[in-house]
Write a protein that binds this ligand. Structure first.
Ligand code: GUN
Ligand code: ZN
Length: 430
C-alpha cells in the first residue's frame, strides 16, 4: 500500500488541556511528520526521522503550515445551510420564521441531495472532516446526507429529526412513525462505512411524552447509538418546557423521564443549567456541545465552558449551522474565545484547537478514531496556512511562538486558511 509522508508543523494532544496545565497535554513539533498508509495514520514524529525510516513514502512538504487532525463539528443542521445568517429573530421565532419553512422542503429528495452535497463541500473547504447533523423529519433527508457523505468517504453522524407537536403540519410525524422510521434508518445506516446513526428528538417542546417514550425505547434497544437533542438554550424556551412538562424537575428531566439521558447522549447548547442537571450529566458521562456562534447570533447566553469542564463533563464544539452564523470551526473557536472573555476566562489556543478536534471526538465517543493526529487514527487531516491573508500574515510574522502564530488564524481565519484536507488517507481534490 502506498505510504504518504506529510511534513510541516504538527499539532496533536496527549491529554485534555482544559484540565490541569494545558502545556502538559500538547504534542507539538515545529519540524514534524505524519505518515499515512491506506486510510490510517500509522506514525507521527520527527519529520526527518520519518523520512529516513520510510524512503518509499511519497512526500508532501507543507513547510511551516500547521498539520492538525481534521475539525469535528459536533452539532449542526445541514438542512439549515440555505437559511444561515437570517436576520432579527431569537430561538422560537427564528425556528418558526426561517427554519421550519426551509426544513419542509426536504421531503423532495433532489433538494435534500443538493443541500447535503453543498453542506459537506462547504465543511471540507473549511477544514471540517466530520459533521454531526440533525436532518429533517423526512427519511429522504437522512438518506441524502449519508449518501453524500459516503461519496466523500467522510465519517458523519446524523439522524432523522423527530417532532410530533408544536411544528407545522407538514413537519410533524407521530410517536409511532418516528420510532419506525428512526429504527429503519438506524438499521440501514449505523456502522455502514463511516456512517453513525444518532436517534434525534429535536427538543422536548416538539415531542409529546409518547414520542419521547418511543425514542427512549428505541435507544434502549440500540444503546450503542448516539442520541442528540437540544437542552437549555434560551430562557423563554426553558419556561415553555416547564409549562409543557409541569411534573419535570428541570429541562434535563424531560429527557431523563423518558429514557433519553445516558452516556451516549449529546445535549446541544446546555447554557442555563441547574446544579442538578450538571451533576446528572456528569454522573451518566453524557456530553454537552458548545455552539458559540449560535449562542451569540440568536441571543442565547454565555456557555460556562470552564465550569462544566471542571465538573468533568465531556464538551464538544460545534457550528450549529444555521442558528450558528459560520461554517468555519476557526470562527467557532474564535467565538468560544470571545464568550470565554465575557465570562472572565481567556481560553488558550491549545484549548481551542483541542475542543475542535479531540474534544468533539470525545463527545461523539470516537476518541482515537477521528480528531486525533496519532497512530491508529483515521487519516482525516487539515493543513492550515498560518499566513493566509495579509491581515493575518502581518500579525503572524511577529509571533514569538507557535501559539502566537496560530491565534491570529483562529481569530481571523476562514476557508482561505485551509491549505489542504485529507480524508481517510486521500487528499481532497478541489
Ligand atoms: N432548538 C430546537 N431546534 C433548534 C434548532 O434547529 N437550532 C437551534 N439553535 N436550537 C434549536
Ligand atoms: Zn441545533
Amino acid at each position: 500500500m502506498t505510504k504518504h509522508l506529510l511534513l510541516g508543523q504538527t499539532l496533536g494532544f496527549s491529554g485534555n488541556p482544559l484540565l490541569g496545565d494545558w502545556a502538559d497535554a500538547v504534542d507539538f513539533d515545529s519540524a514534524g511528520g505524519v505518515l499515512l498508509e491506506g486510510d490510517r495514520i500509522i506514525a507521527r514524529g520527527s519529520g526527518a526521522a520519518l523520512r529516513a525510516n520510510h524512503p518509499e513514502a511519497t512526500v508532501t512538504d507543507y513547510g511551516d503550515a500547521l498539520i492538525s487532525a481534521g475539525f469535528v463539528d459536533a452539532h449542526m443542521h445541514y438542512p439549515q445551510t440555505g437559511i444561515i445568517a437570517s436576520w432579527g429573530k431569537q430561538l422560537i421565532d427564528w425556528l418558526n420564521t426561517y427554519t421550519f419553512p426551509e426544513e419542509a422542503r426536504f421531503g423532495e429528495r433532489a433538494y435534500a441531495d443538493d443541500v447535503a452535497g453543498r453542506t459537506l463541500d462547504l465543511a471540507l473547504a473549511h477544514g471540517t472532516t466530520t459533521l454531526t447533523s440533525f436532518c429533517t423529519i423526512h427519511p429522504e433527508s437522512v438518506d441524502a446526507f449519508f449518501e453524500a457523505a459516503a461519496r466523500r468517504n467522510m465519517a458523519v453522524v446524523a439522524g432523522k429529526t423527530c417532532m410530533d407537536r408544536n411544528a407545522p403540519d407538514t413537519l410533524r410525524d407521530t410517536a409511532q412513525s418516528a420510532y419506525d422510521d428512526s429504527k429503519t434508518l438506524l438499521e440501514k445506516w449505523h456502522g455502514v462505512g463511516r456512517a453513525s446513526y444518532a436517534i434525534t428528538p429535536r427538543f422536548s417542546p416538539t415531542s409529546t411524552p409518547d414520542q419521547l417514550t418511543a425514542l427512549g425505547a428505541l435507544w434502549a434497544e440500540h444503546p450503542q447509538c448516539l442520541m442528540q437533542t437540544h437542552l437549555s438554550e434560551q430562557l423563554p424556551e426553558i419556561k415553555w418546557v416547564q409549562e409543557l412538562f409541569p411534573q419535570a424537575r428541570d429541562y434535563l428531566d424531560t429527557y431523563e423521564m423518558f429514557g433519553l439521558l445516558g452516556q451516549n447522549g449529546l445535549y446541544g447548547h446546555a447554557i442555563h443549567l441547574q446544579e442538578r442537571e450538571v451533576a446528572r450529566l456528569a454522573e451518566v458521562c453524557a456530553a454537552v456541545i458548545h455552539c458559540p456562534t449560535s449562542n451569540t447570533f440568536i441571543g442565547s447566553g454565555l456557555f460556562d465552558l470552564m465550569g462544566l469542564a471542571k465538573s468533568a463533563l465531556s464538551i464538544g464544539l460545534a457550528t450549529d449551522t444555521g442558528g450558528g452564523s459560520s461554517f468555519s470551526m476557526l470562527r467557532t473557536m474564535a467565538a468560544a474565545y470571545e464568550i470565554g472573555q465575557l465570562r472572565g476566562v481567556a481560553l488558550h489556543p491549545a484549548q481551542l484547537m483541542w475542543l475542535a478536534t479531540e474534544g468533539s471526538a470525545d463527545a461523539l465517543k470516537m476518541s482515537g478514531e477521528i480528531g486525533h493526529l496519532g497512530a491508529g487514527a483515521a487519516a482525516d487531516i487539515t493543513v492550515l496556512d498560518l499566513q493566509s491573508t495579509p491581515a493575518i500574515a502581518q500579525r503572524a510574522m511577529r509571533a514569538q511562538d507557535i501559539w502566537d502564530a496560530v491565534f491570529p488564524t483562529i481569530m481571523m481565519g476562514d476557508d482561505r486558511a485551509v491549505r489542504d484536507v485529507w480524508i481517510a488517507g486521500k487528499r481532497r481534490q478541489t
